[in-house]
Every structure is written in C-alpha cells, then in structure tokens.
Write a protein that binds this ligand. Structure first.
Ligand code: APR
Length: 311
C-alpha cells in the first residue's frame, strides 16, 4: 500500500484525509502539534472505513518518525484565515510552521512528492521547494483546481446544467488577482460566452475571485476545507495512479509564461513524475496583462518571505 502523510490535522487536513480515505488510494498518517487531535481524528476516520467498505488504514500522531517512507506529503499545517484577513496576512505565522514541516518530513521521506495547501499558497509552495531543495517536479501547490471548481459550481448554479459538462480554468496566483480564463472555459465544448450574457459572466468571475473570502465571512472562525481537501485528493490520486491529469496547479516557473523563480498557478500535467509538464496556453493581450498583475502580487509575497526567512 502507498503511504500519504498529512501535516496539520485541522479542518483542511482532516477533510483531505476523508476524501483520500474514500478513494482507498494509500494508508494515511495525520500529524499535528496538538496532542490527541490527530490521534482522535485518525481513529474516528478509521472507524468509518468498515461502513464504507474501504481498507484504508489511518492513524494520527505527534511524531514525524511515523511519516517514514511516505510517497506523498501534504502540508496543511498553519493558521486559517479569519474575516478581514487576506491570505498574505498569514505569511509570518505560516512560514515558520510550513518550513519546519517541510524539513522534518523530508528527513523521513526523501523520495516523497509534496503537495502544499497552506496559505499564502504560492509562497508556501516556494518555501517548501527552497527548504527541501527538491526538484520542482516534486513540489506542487493546490489552488487552481479549487478556484476552477468554484467557478464551475457557480456556472452550474447559473445555468442549471451538470457540473460534469462545465470546464473552467483559473490561472495565476491564489489571491484576489487570480485569472479566470473565460475564453478557455466551456460547457460541453461551447464557450461560456454563448451561454451567459457578459454581466452574468463578469459576476461569476468576480465571485470566483472572492470565493475563499465568501466562505471565510460565512464561517467567521476559519476558512474553507471540504473543497480544498477534495482538490488535494484529486492531485494525490493523479500522482499515485500516474493519470497524466491536466489541471491548474501552483508550479515553480523557470521562464514559462515569461516568469522566473516563482510559484504560480498554471496548467500542468500531473502523473507519476509529479509535475511532469507545464502547459503554456496561447493568451491574448488582456489575459497576459491580467496574469502579469497577478504575478506582481505573488512576487511581492515571495519577496516578503525572502526577507523574513533570509532565503
Ligand atoms: N506542525 C503540525 N501542525 C501544526 C503546526 C506545526 N508546527 N502548527 C499548527 N499546526 C496545526 C494546528 O494545530 C491545526 O490543527 O495545523 C492545523 C491547522 O488547522 P486549522 O486551524 O483547522 O486550519 P485549516 O482550516 O486546516 O487551514 C490550514 O490551509 O487552506 C489553508 O488558509 C488555510 O493556511 C491555512 C491552512
């Protein structure tokens, strides 16, 4: 059986474990600093397996040694957003936590792939790459699948059509400057523009950009976790099953899209080699300008991280 370790057994960590366990993909280890929390959630999830008929083994621990020989390490540890906070506001606290999680897990699983979920997402992925010194194929951030899924859900709500037929692509940084690519998005092959009038489409784009904040404002005590967890589970499955899945993810760019030395949301091929390829879409001037604006904002957070951590 393959092994997946999830660092941070809070809301997103537990939701990720839940979606993964249902897929019966790998045994799961939940790690957290709080004593009893990962153990309790691990046991609770384990006890759901007989009901689901899945032979997934799940357990929680406070000891990184238990993550030994993981195939995938998922980092969700850190603090979540509260109303009034941007994802970037989390930088100082989460950088220390994520940096430590990356170093500690690598000691026990030098061959693992890393999927990062902690915010600010692009910058925490960058930090994980720098702290582990792994090749870029092995460190990827989750953002684009979630942002695209939010847009798909909103389009389904508006049109009444099946989410299965709705394909949307959101690129760029995981912040309010993200770039929903309406021209590339479609319903069963027909461009969105032919289904929705410009004002409705614009409203969906805006709601997608603020999708995380909408949930933070409703929950008040934390941020989204079901959909982020489902997105991470899809990424882990693509890697373990070598699916060659084309999805938007935060990947380390070395010249693609004219960007260098930064993590940014782009379409990638996910397979047994991790981020096996970065796909470069043909963009028009408006899309390129929007991506540049988003990149400028991610770069600012990267620079703040470099000052903070002396990278
Ligand atoms: N090592 C391991 N776990 C830690 C550490 C650490 N050094 N520091 C904190 N944690 C744990 C907390 O104890 C908590 O259980 O991380 C968990 C975070 O869980 P929540 O507070 O429920 O937050 P969650 O909603 O899971 O969000 C975590 O993911 O989506 C992002 O923006 C979100 O950055 C946030 C992260």
């Amino acid at each position: 059986m393959k092994k997946i370790s999830i660092i941070g057994a809070g809301m997103t960590g537990a939701a990720t474990a839940h979606w993964l366990a249902e897929r019966e993909l790998a045994d799961i280890v939940l790690v957290d600093v709080v004593e009893g929390l990962p153990q309790g959630k691990g046991l609770d999830l384990l006890q759901a397996m007989p009901i689901l008929g899945k032979d997934t083994h799940i357990f929680g621990t406070n000891d990184y040694a238990d993550t030994k020989d993981s195939d995938i390490v998922i980092i969700t540890a850190g603090v979540a957003r509260k109303p009034g906070m941007s994802r970037d506001d989390l930088l100082t606290t989460n950088a220390g936590i994520v940096g430590n999680a990356a170093v500690e897990t690598l000691k026990h699983s030098p061959n693992a792939f890393y999927i990062v979920l902690t915010n600010p997402l692009d910058t925490m992925s960058y930090l994980t790459l720098k702290r582990t010194s792994l090749p870029r194929e092995r460190v990827v951030g989750q953002a684009g699948i979630l942002d695209s899924a939010r847009m798909r859900a909103f389009v389904a709500m508006e049109t009444g059509l099946s989410v299965e037929n709705i394909q949307c692509y959101v690129l760029g940084g995981h912040g309010d400057e993200m770039v929903p690519l309406t021209r590339h998005s479609n319903i069963a092959g027909v461009p969105l523009k032919e289904y929705l009038p410009p004002d409705r489409l614009a409203a969906i784009v805006e709601r997608t950009r603020k999708g995380g904040g909408e949930i933070v404002n409703l929950l008040k005590t934390g941020s989204a976790y079901y959909a982020p967890g489902a997105a991470v589970a899809q990424m882990a499955e693509a890697i373990l099953k070598d699916k060659k899945l084309v999805v938007p993810c935060s990947a380390y760019l070395q010249g693609e899209y004219g960007l260098e030395d930064m993590y940014f949301g782009v379409p990638v091929v996910l397979g047994a080699g991790g981020v096996e390829k970065i796909i470069e879409y043909q963009l028009d001037d408006e899309e390129r300008a929007a991506l540049q604006r988003s990149a400028a904002s991610v770069r600012e957070t990267h620079e703040a991280l470099k000052r903070l951590m002396s990278l």
